[in-house]
Write a protein that binds this ligand. Structure first.
Ligand code: PLP
Length: 360
């Protein structure tokens, strides 16, 4: 059985086994992992370790603070402008998909202005919007982009990241640790854990300390200030102990696999195998521009949405789950996060060939 869900995504089997074992009450402490205090030394070690591992895996320098926050990516859509759009009160957004558009709307909802510089919506987000040469970064507090568009399947890989003279923030929710990014190119990064880092409940934020120091923020509650998370070591209030514990195990697993470079090599192998198959097929079509294709969310269709649905339903009978595209776009979406083995891609291709014979 393979789970192709876009989020929560598949977790590494050895991590799930460890979690299962530690759910049982420890014979010395008489507590399971979900019963320990966040003020205990046991948890302190866990959260320190999670931060250290993330810093190691992403090469995060001391110029950046790392915070573990609840509320998911959607809360970050509000926290970013609350903390960082205080000078011009205006952000710039490249509308590369549903979540970029939501980030722009969230900024507007909290009273900031958001300018969509370019959008690929007319093309169903099959290519990436880019910065025009006359982009004037001085007019905005920062530029917001979504590195990987989970629903539509287009990615700003490091090599095609827009270059701005101003501040850059990125939503890396669905491809953090799946491919290398130079953290120094960004002023703030966030990622909900539930796709590539662990279970839902914790969101990682990596913010430039100097930039935070420059802000004079009024009327922003304590729970929405990054500085409070950094000052209190993400324990201003009770943190999501279980989610951070599981995140730490996933980060350990990524380190054991050889880090981001190794994940990247495997993700290229997995996604290329699937894209090659789709490109050579006349029945299935991968829709995204080749240079922008996602390694983690492969989006395709037979160009008949009802047929796609029927095939995705058949797939579940063969143990291939969650292959339907997002409800807003239909078609298929195969999510190939770090923990997805290449055998899942092989099984999917075998199934797709069979489905082609049945439905053609
Ligand atoms: N950003 C991206 C790229 C996502 O894929 C998602 C969720 O799928 C979100 C933001 C929203 O995250 P959350 O559901 O954690 O609020």
């Amino acid at each position: 059985n393979y789970n192709f869900s876009a989020g929560p995504g598949v977790l590494p089997t050895p991590v799930l086994t460890k979690i299962k074992n530690e759910f049982i009450k420890n014979e010395f402490t008489h507590m399971s992992i979900i019963e320990i205090s966040h003020r205990s030394t046991q948890f302190e070690e866990i959260i320190n370790s999670a931060e250290e591992r993330l810093r190691d895996l992403m090469n995060i320098s001391d110029d950046y603070g790392v915070a573990f926050i609840q509320g998911g990516g959607s809360t970050q859509f509000e926290m970013l402008p609350l903390n960082f759009a205080n000078n011009k009160n205006r952000i710039a957004v490249l509308d590369s998909g549903n979540f970029a558009s939501k980030a722009a709307q969230a900024a507007v909802n909290i009273g900031k202005q958001a300018t969509i510089l370019d959008s690929s919506k007319m093309d169903h987000y099959h290519h990436l919007p880019m910065l025009s040469t006359d982009f004037n970064a001085d007019e905005y507090d920062y530029l917001h982009l979504t590195t990987n568009n989970t629903i539509e399947g287009a990615t700003y890989h490091q090599s095609i990241l827009p270059k701005t003279a101003g501040r850059l923030t990125a939503d890396m929710s669905s491809n953090i640790l799946a491919e290398p990014y130079d953290v120094n190119d960004f002023d703030a990064i966030f990622a909900g854990a539930q796709k590539n880092l662990g279970p839902a409940g914790v969101t990682v934020a990596i913010v430039k300390k100097d930039w935070l120091k420059e802000q004079s923020i009024e009327n922003v509650g304590s729970m929405l200030r990054y500085q409070n998370y950094l000052d209190k070591h993400s324990m201003y209030n009770t943190p999501p102990v279980f989610s951070i514990y599981a995140l730490n195990l996933v980060l350990e697993w990524v380190q054991e696999q050889g880090g981001v470079d190794s994940m990247y090599a495997q993700n290229i192998e997995k996604s290329s195998k699937l894209y090659d198959y789709l490109d050579n097929s006349t029945f299935y079509h991968a829709l995204v521009d080749e240079s922008a294709r996602s390694l983690t969310n492969v989006v395709f269709t037979t160009a008949d949405l009802e047929r796609d649905q029927a095939i995705a339903k058949d797939a579940t009978k063969e143990g291939l789950f969650n292959l339907s595209g997002h409800r807003s776009v239909g078609g298929f979406r195969a999510s190939l996060y770090n923990a997805q083995p290449i055998e899942a891609v092989d099984a999917l291709i075998t199934f797709l060939k069979k489905a082609e014979n049945n439905y053609k």
